[in-house]
Design a protein around this ligand. Structure first.
Ligand SMILES: Nc1nc2c(ncn2[C@@H]2O[C@H](COP(=O)(O)OP(=O)(O)OP(=O)(O)O)[C@@H](O)[C@H]2O)c(=O)[nH]1
Ligand SMILES: [Mg+2]
Length: 310
């Protein structure tokens, strides 16, 4: 099941029109993706506009992603021409390394400027990515203060904002950008699972059913165990509603299952990784993941991974 979804608010269109000019002002782009769906949160339109500007890929929310998959995605996204890093903007672990990488990427431009007789200025960085991937949180994590507005829904940042890290680096927070037309219904469904598109753009029951199907395919048995389904119950939104006893009150006749409440509970639990670290796009399913380059950073994670069959 692949629900069809479109969502393209006005503030995104406005920002996209400014993007060409903004890119002329910056030396480096920090491209943030959600490590649980790194392909669905990569916006090819944005990547095309950024062109060959030095770019650091950030696989953010690494605290929520399956650790084996985190490592695979890091490896596949690190190439001779592209640096990549896993990051957890909530804990800010690794922020010194992040700033260091930005400085390394920006230094070539600085040196060219100095060679042309111009005074050194702070490296200017545009923080880009899809909605809700954690761009503003990443900036706050580096500054150590809540300088930018953040929130769990898509579309919190509606205009650009400069934030100075220190005398050498300035970051620009930007609105999340989603393509006006998504490549496939599957991409839209993935974005909905992590709230990268507005709630009003999708049907929560439909997305919850998609999520059940996807998680069961990648982590068989995990949901049955989490929701404590009995052996006789086959996994579905209905059986989860029954297990949770989510029912609509009815004065007359039998109670009916509250499927909306069940869908919302399932989505919330997934978004907070309460059922374990789950990655919905698995690197092994993508040819890009087979590359063998050495990663820029080794993930500093020690917990036991949750993926089946690894
Ligand atoms: N667990 C976890 N949550 C994160 C991380 N980074 C961001 N978040 C949460 O993700 C949500 C979105 O974060 P924002 O920083 O507002 O995302 P954004 O990319 O700026 O979103 P827009 O401004 O809407 O484009 C917030 O609830 C953050 O607390 C992370 O690394 N780990
Ligand atoms: Mg933001």
């Amino acid at each position: 099941m692949q629900p069809s979804i479109q969502w393209y608010p006005g503030h995104i269109a406005k920002y996209e029109r400014q993007l060409g000019e903004l890119l002329k002002l910056v030396d480096v782009v920090v491209m943030v993706v959600d490590c649980r769906i790194p392909l669905a949160t990569t916006n090819p339109r944005l990547a095309r506009k950024i062109g060959d500007k030095p770019t650091l890929m950030i696989l953010n929310k690494s605290d929520l992603g399956d650790m084996i998959q985190n490592r695979r995605w890091l490896k596949s996204m690190t190439t001779d021409t592209q640096k990549a890093m896993l990051y957890d903007a909530k804990s800010a672990q690794g922020k010194a390394q992040l700033v260091q990488q930005i400085q390394i990427l920006g230094e070539a431009t600085m040196q060219k400027m100095i060679a042309r007789g111009r005074k050194r200025r702070p490296i200017r960085v545009l923080v880009a990515g899809m909605p809700n991937v954690g761009k503003s949180t990443l900036i706050n994590s580096i500054v150590g203060r809540k300088k930018t507005k953040t929130g769990h829904r898509a579309g919190v940042t509606r205009s650009t904002q400069w934030v100075r890290i220190h005398s050498e680096v300035e970051l620009m927070d930007t609105p999340g950008v989603i393509p006006p037309v998504l490549d496939s219904p599957l991409a839209g469904a993935f974005l909905a699972t992590v709230s990268s598109i507005g709630d009003a753009a999708f049907d929560e029951e439909e997305i919850a059913r998609f999520l059940i199907e996807t998680i069961e395919g990648l982590y068989p048995g995990l949901l049955c165990q989490y929701f404590k389904l009995t052996e006789g119950q086959s996994l579905s939104l209905e059986s989860i509603a029954e297990a949770r006893n989510y029912k609509l009150a009815s004065k007359h006749g039998p109670h009916t299952l509250d499927l909306l409440r069940t869908a919302q509970a399932l989505l919330t639990d997934f978004r907070h990784a309460r059922m374990g670290r789950i990655t919905l796009e698995h690197a092994q399913n993508h040819p890009s993941a087979e590359r063998e380059q050495e990663p820029l950073t080794q993930p500093e994670q020690t917990e036991v991974p949750t993926a089946e069959g690894e």
